[in-house]
Design a protein around this ligand. Structure first.
Ligand code: SAM
Length: 345
């Protein structure tokens, strides 16, 4: 499907901003544009399951995102699956970059990618209006990296992609690293050096029970405290103050002020109370939490012919019902029906 002409948001009567029944204001939207992926990271995919869900047309994503922006969304992160596999992505970013938030500012446009195709796409993405990019990288040692991605040659491709992104001005550049005990926990200290050498912000993420297979145990998670302690032994860390209440990462710099690392600890130090996020899956379902047991079929309503006012009202009602928190590690915890790669991380 082609790209629909963008709604002039100035012609939209601003509804009240999205809030949930726990008093949280929702201003971040994560949009998956495909659940296909060209990597088979051992902690994410089994390697046997391909894409499970249909993709919408680029114009359909645009229309749905415009509805969210008219309800107060200020930041959109495109993700997947692997978003760079999605045809029409650069055009989608071009259209999104034209939108204005309710306060009249340009939308903050970010993306999370494995970086494999970034060497050629970084410059076009920046030119289209992408503001920031996060590249996932789970080891700085080449053989360890490729044992995780299960794709030969992937390390050099991603390193090239990171450098192309920096060269294109997609900065500050963030690197996401999911740590798993027994897989890549030997890389923690090397990542601290990498952050300084490559001038990137490395963000360690605690592993959540969202994999396709069954790998997660509490013991495999490397907790925030352990990461801080281990890096601190080789390069003393200095905590940085949070920039906003909904910031997910605990940020640190080093004693000489050069470089930054962050730790996102959804398991050991959950930040649900300050969550400002909702998600739209590649097939147009709203998920109000990564761990939601229910999905809300926004696209189905659009296809059935509901008008913008009806769709906005549906979004607002859905967001009201956002879950208070996740239940990882509690007896009643249930894995959601979709894993991370199919939700959009
Ligand atoms: N393919 C893109 C990428 O690799 O960044 C985007 C999708 S990927 C699902 C988004 C992020 O989720 C990656 O940084 C990945 O490492 C992270 N991730 C995947 N499974 C996870 C899990 N179970 N717990 C925490 N993070 C996870």
């Amino acid at each position: 499907m082609g790209i629909a002409s963008p709604v002039a948001l100035s012609s939209v009567t601003p509804a009240s901003r999205l809030t949930d029944s726990h008093g949280r204001v929702i201003h971040d939207l994560r949009v998956s544009v495909t659940d296909r992926c060209n990597y088979k990271c051992v902690y994410c995919r089994t390697g046997e399951m391909g894409a499970q869900y249909p993709e919408l047309g680029i114009g359909e994503y645009l229309r749905l995102i415009e509805l969210f922006v008219s309800l107060g969304i200020e930041k959109v992160r495109l993700t997947g699956g692997e978003p760079l596999l999605r045809r029409g992505l650069v055009e989608l970013i071009q259209q999104l970059a034209r939108l204005r938030t309710l306060s009249g500012q340009p939308l903050d446009l970010a993306m999370t990618t494995n970086g494999h195709l970034l060497d050629t796409l970084a410059a076009p993405l920046k030119a289209a209006g992408l503001n920031r990019i996060t590249v996932s990288m789970d080891a700085v040692d080449e053989p360890s990296f490729e044992r995780i991605t299960r794709v030969p040659g992937s390390f050099q491709k991603v390193l090239g992609g990171i450098r192309a992104a920096r060269g294109a001005g997609l900065t500050p550049l963030k690197i996401n690293c999911v740590l798993l005990r027994g897989f890549n926990d030997g890389e923690i200290e090397a990542f601290a050096h990498f952050a300084r050498q490559e001038d990137v912000v490395v963000r360690f993420i605690e592993f959540m029970p969202l994999e396709e297979g069954r790998l997660w145990t509490p013991e495999i998670v490397i907790p925030l405290a352990e990461i801080v302690e281990r890096i601190g032994r080789v390069l003393p860390l200095v905590p940085l103050p949070p920039r906003e209440a909904s910031e997910t990462a605990r940020r640190y710099t080093f004693e000489d002020g050069k470089g930054e690392i962050g730790i996102i600890a959804p398991v050991t130090q959950a930040f649900c109370g300050a969550c400002s996020r909702v998600r739209l899956t590649s097939d147009g379902k709203i998920r109000t939490c990564l761990f939601s047991q229910v999905e809300h079929d926004l696209y189905g309503r659009m296809r059935a012919g509901e008008n913008d006012a009806e769709l906005r009202s549906y979004i607002a009602r859905t967001v009201q019902g956002k879950e208070a928190r996740h239940h990882i590690g509690e007896p009643e915890f249930m894995k959601p029906s979709r894993s991370m790669v199919h939700i959009g991380g």
